[in-house]
Write a protein that binds this ligand. Structure first.
Ligand code: AMP
Ligand code: MG
Length: 492
């Protein structure tokens, strides 16, 4: 192995921020997949990580020279209840590396043994959640949604005890930072203002350097985090993505989708869709995600109060003003994105109503989210010749016809031509998303039969989600009734 140029800036923050922890070796690590293109982007090619030695690194059996592994401390509101002591219970940060473009990124192993924060957990992960996170996070990246990335996945050769014994796995994840809302809450709960300041300065330096020159950098920081989260959640909504566990410890300060657990993309549209087996009351249902974002950001803003003004009331007022902008930002991102998805290039007052009506119809007609927009891209302005595929998604196609008539009238207001509109729409409306039943099939084949071909095939298709690929129709289709996945599990 050639050296990786770690700089370990997080370790330099001091012992309040983490516990130094070495991953616990596993008996027989084997590489499932290595992300060559990401490795090249990050400047890791030539390190030998793609060699058999790499599997030992990705399993935590070998610590690369220069790494200073540690488990990060954090708190978090879990389903609304504050837990002061969470932290990396089954994940270890190897350290920070600088990519060729000068950006620092974190390398994190998940599933590599107990840490000081494991509480009653075993610090391990079964193979299923590793494969799910790999597939979904890489699909998100290719859909152009900010996300942590997957660099590698390995099997451990060991079993983990869940409801049954399952094969173990470890995923190596990359982020522009693994600092969470909960990391700030950890120090806030202790009243440690010095640490909050240090953490804020650290994140600003790495992830928000532009705010340093602002008259009030901490306010600008808060505003920038609010802005990124508003944009991120608007994108989730545009793809029918449901994170599933939007606890404050699972919300990244850098604005990336993080901690893929029981997440899912929906097939048939329903505004209150929930998949997560642990989300019994639908707190993190699809349509609750925007307001949960604001709730979490409010918890974040609370931690920054001592940095916003000396006077407590003044600080609260400043934070509230910043938080007030969230709804407008979110709605703006959402509407812009939805205009693109529906082929509108100008804005008119009734656009939101038109788009809302489409979602209403999709709900009452149980239309597939992804296919609705994909087939909408193909519609012709002056002829119904391409309407069939889309009409067929609706239980009452005549209801769709009424909507399509309004939509065509709206398009006529802006000189829309079929070819240009199609090119623009197909660039934002994917053909393929990681459908739940396909992920489930990939996990079943791997866990039950040690067969990773299903995983690799699905992963391959998701590399180009916006391109129709010959012979891959099965990946664009909705599940058959017996394939529908009703619930997804954290697998913790
Ligand atoms: P999550 O909601 O999956 O992000 O996890 C919440 C907390 O539980 C984090 O502190 C995790 O590190 C911890 N945790 C989850 N699964 C395990 C496990 N198998 N062993 C130890 N800690 C875990
Ligand atoms: Mg988490």
């Amino acid at each position: 192995m050639n050296p990786i140029s770690f700089n370990n800036s997080y370790a330099q923050l001091g012992g309040d921020f983490y516990v130094r922890t070495t991953p616990l070796p596993v008996s027989n690590p084997e590489l499932i997949i290595f992300n060559h293109s990401l490795s090249n982007e990050l400047g890791l090619s030539g390190t030998g990580l793609d060699s058999p030695d790499g599997a030992a690194v990705f399993a935590g059996n070998v610590i690369p020279d220069g790494a200073e592994p540690l488990a990060m401390a954090y708190s978090g509101h879990q389903f609304g209840h504050f837990n002061p002591q969470l932290g990396d219970g089954r994940a270890i940060l190897l350290g920070q590396v600088v990519s060729p473009d000068g950006a620092q990124f974190d390398i994190h192993l998940k599933g590599c043994g107990q840490t000081a924060y494991s509480r009653n957990g075993d610090g391990r992960s079964s193979l299923g959640p590793v494969l799910r996170e790999y597939l979904v996070s890489e699909a998100m990246a290719k859909l152009a949604v900010p996300t942590t990335r997957a660099l590698a996945a390995v099997t451990t050769g060991e079993e983990v005890a869940r409801e049954q014994l399952l094969p173990g796995g470890v995923i190596t994840r990359i982020a522009t930072s693994f600092v969470r809302v909960g990391t700030f809450q950890y120090f806030s709960a202790k009243g440690n203002i010095e640490a909050i300041t240090k953490l804020a300065d650290y994140v600003i330096e790495r992830n928000y350097p532009q705010v340093k020159d602002k008259p009030d950098p901490y306010l600008a920081f808060l505003e920038a985090v609010i802005n990124r989260q508003a944009g991120l959640i608007a994108q989730w909504m545009q793809f029918g993505f449901i994170h599933g566990v939007m606890n404050t410890d699972n919300m990244s300060i850098a604005g990336e989708t993080i901690d893929y657990g029981p997440c899912a993309f929906m097939d048939e549209y329903a505004h209150d869709r929930v998949y997560s087996s642990i989300d019994r009351r639908g707190r993190y249902a699809y349509n609750n995600q925007p307001s949960t974002g604001l709730w979490n950001l409010t918890r974040f803003a609370e931690t920054l109060l001592p940095l916003l003004a000396e006077d407590a009331d003044a600080a609260v007022e400043i934070a509230q003003e910043a938080l007030k902008k969230y709804v407008g930002l979110y709605e703006g991102y959402w509407l812009n994105g939805m205009r693109e998805k529906t082929g509108l290039t100008t804005s008119r007052g009734k656009d939101k109503k038109l788009i809302d009506e489409l979602f209403e119809l999709m709900a009452t007609n149980e239309a597939d989210f992804t296919l609705t927009f994909y087939y909408l891209s193909k519609l012709k302005l002056d002829s119904p010749e391409e309407d069939k595929n889309l009409r067929d998604l609706f239980k009452h196609p005549e209801q769709f016809d009424d909507w399509a008539q309004q939509w065509r009238e709206r398009l006529r207001l802006e000189d829309s031509d079929d070819e240009t509109r199609y090119a623009k729409m197909q660039a934002v409306n994917p053909v393929y998303i990681p459908r739940n039943h396909q992920i489930e099939a990939a996990i079943r084949a791997a866990e039950d039969n040690d067969d990773f071909s299903v995983f690799h095939d699905l992963h391959e298709v998701l590399q180009k989600p916006y391109e129709l690929q010959a012979g891959k129709d099965v990946y664009m289709l909705q599940p058959k009734p017996d394939e529908v996945v009703q619930q997804t599990f954290c697998g913790t």
